[in-house]
Design a protein around this ligand. Sequence first.
Ligand code: PGA
Length: 271
Amino acid sequence: MDLGTFSRGEKRNNLRAIIGFMKVLVGNWKMAPDTLKGAVDLAKKTSTIAKTHKKNLQVIIAVPFPHISLVTKNVKNLGIAAQNISSTINIASTGSVNAAMLKSYGVSYSIVGHSESRALGDTNEMTNEQIKRLLEKKITPILCIGEKSRDAQGWYLSAIKEQIEIALEGVLKASVKKMIIAYEPVWAIGKNASREATPHECFEMIIFIRKIISDIYDEKIAAHIPVLYGGSVDEDNANTFTTDGGADGLLVGRVSLDAKRFSKLAANISK
Ligand code: PGA
């Protein structure tokens, strides 16, 4: 990374420039652990992993809402993320959490557009609003995109393009630089995954995503937004995605709930 090409202001504001050669490792805890004690224990162990690799990895944990407050108080070296936020600031939204609340608990990141949230009803348009709400509060959006299935004709590529274009509609250049994107093919996520993606498939999609960003903004921005890979990442395949796969980091679900396996995974990509 050539930091020399950035002005001082850009260096400060551009996440990729700040993390430089560091990889981003996001642990998405999903709807677990069930207890506050379980969450704090896991957070402390993950904090130790983050400390060990702090020169090479920016570790972020995406924590269920009820655990956020206490987890934040008990960890260092970790970025804290929410797993979703409300797309509206209208208080008549029973059961929802807004970006201002997250900010007051010290949350610095939030996943948006995760396929599991999309399956529950989140649309591309809602994801766009969520991104704007987060940026207003200076919280970094981690935008998840990914196709449900693949077809020989390549139509799935238009689905990805549409997800990105709608999610970023009206998001200014200066703001998009602060975002993280995670490519997560839906068919490779979770215990019902049909198969793992190959590093080559990951590589092709990361290039495709950068091309779309470049068409909307410019090449410089496209080159500097961290693009992560997620979907059945484990301690054995992790570094194939960050080397041959070209990913700037990983979004890890199930394995992030097992501190021993997450520790091995972190060690394998922290080189
Ligand atoms: P997984 O989940 O690693 O369990 O497949 C990935 C994700 O949370 O998107």
